[in-house]
Design a protein around this ligand. Structure first.
Ligand code: ADP
Ligand code: MG
Length: 359
């Protein structure tokens, strides 16, 4: 078990800064997700930790030892990729044993580790097969097994579930969660999928073009997004954003929508800069279908998800929002409906994307 300390790390490809001055501490035994859109630098950062890319500046330490000048094999980490390359001519046992034999581990110890990993991942029955005789999900488990047998100081996963079909992705996600609870190994998990990050990680590092937007627990990132970028990226359906003007209502910011109604938020009125152009941010679940509600609009699309219903609604000023209703909703396309807004769950964002939340 080992902490990972990233200290003011930078990376350039030619003239392009991919990572600038990024600092981050991952605690020993912690499960951290790097979450962000494609191209934001997640893999680059992970590969620098693994030693597959050079750092252009800064330091990386693992377990208190500086590693950024060490070759990958000397860093004591194991990496699992999206495109897991198994050796096609070797059986599964040999694929898992390969790295251990390379470091001349005694055969008995190699055997013990391979069988133990196979037992944990429930692939004992597959050890004699070749990779070509396995399903995608089974191959991905072998790739995870190859990491497990190394007993590394830390696991580095780069979108390991992206190639799996939806059902298998969920199952493997739960297996990874279980493995983490069992072994408490330091883990960094790179993904562009906010659901994976939310469900697996103890802390999420939300990245956006070269930098960290927010570091927080899944619930912090979800309910108190540090920026409009984070608010847009985390949560499905995406948060609603509506341009508003602000007035003082007992110390709180009352947000007037384009269609005329006021939503009295719990954001202190003096928090956002005076005169700023602001957007009100509301998640769908904060806008509930309710016959007593004060907001009215016309339902354009009804999405029935079983446990809940999403309503795509056109407000009187032409802006559109997505609201939520119960699973067995009687909402009908084309109907006028009323909605109640939860003022506690309202956020404000200024022109720079900075967020203001309920006090
Ligand atoms: P992510 O994993 O978040 O999708 P990457 O870390 O792979 O992003 O890439 C970050 C940026 O660096 C991208 O703009 C990508 O095009 C660029 N990049 C990555 N690897 C190289 C490379 N070897 N040479 C030049 N540019 C690269
Ligand atoms: Mg990547």
């Amino acid at each position: 078990m080992s902490a990972i300390d990233i200290d003011q790390v930078s990376k350039r490809y030619g003239a392009v800064n991919v990572i600038s001055d990024l600092s981050l501490k991952v605690q020993s035994g912690e499960f951290v997700a790097f979450l962000g859109p494609s191209g934001c630098g997640k893999s680059t950062l992970l590969r620098m930790i693994a030693g597959l890319e050079r750092v252009d500046g800064g330091r990386i330490s693992i377990g208190g030892e500086r590693v950024d000048q060490l070759p990958p094999g000397a860093r004591g980490v194991a990496m699992v990729f999206q495109h897991y390359a198994l050796y096609p001519h070797m059986n599964i046992y040999d694929n898992m044993a390969f790295g251990l034999r390379n470091i001349a581990l005694p055969a008995a110890e190699v055997d013990r580790r391979v069988r133990e990993a196979a037992r944990i991942l429930e692939i004992e029955g597959l050890l004699e097969r070749k990779p070509g005789q396995l399903s995608g999900g089974q191959r991905q488990r072998v790739a995870i097994g190859r990491a497990l047998v190394k007993s590394p100081k830390a696991y580095l996963f780069d979108e390991p579930l992206s190639n799996l079909d939806a059902a298998l992705r969920v199952r493997t996600r739960i297996e990874l969660a279980r493995l983490h609870q069992q072994f408490r190994a330091t883990t960094i998990f790179v993904t562009h999928d906010q659901v994976e990050a939310m469900t697996l990680a103890e802390r999420i590092v939300v990245m956006n073009a070269r930098k960290v937007e927010q570091v927080g627990s899944p619930m912090e990132v979800y309910s108190r997004p540090a920026s409009e970028f984070v608010a847009r990226f985390v949560g499905s359906p995406a948060m609603n954003f509506l341009p508003v003007t602000i007035s003082d209502r007992g110390g709180f910011a009352a947000a007037r929508l384009g269609e005329g109604s006021d939503i009295v938020t719990r954001v202190p009125v003096n928090a956002p800069p005076q005169g700023a152009k602001l957007r009100l941010g509301l998640r769908a679940e904060a806008i509930r279908a309710d016959p007593e509600g004060s907001l009215t609009g016309q339902i354009e699309v009804v999405e029935r998800l079983g446990d809940r219903t999403h309503l795509y609604v056109r407000l009187k000023d032409g802006s559109s929002i997505v609201a939520e209703d119960k699973g067995l909703s009687d909402a009908a396309t084309g109907a006028e409906a009323r909605f109640r807004v939860d003022p506690e769950a309202a956020h404000l964002f200024d022109e720079t994307g900075r967020a203001f939340h309920a006090a």
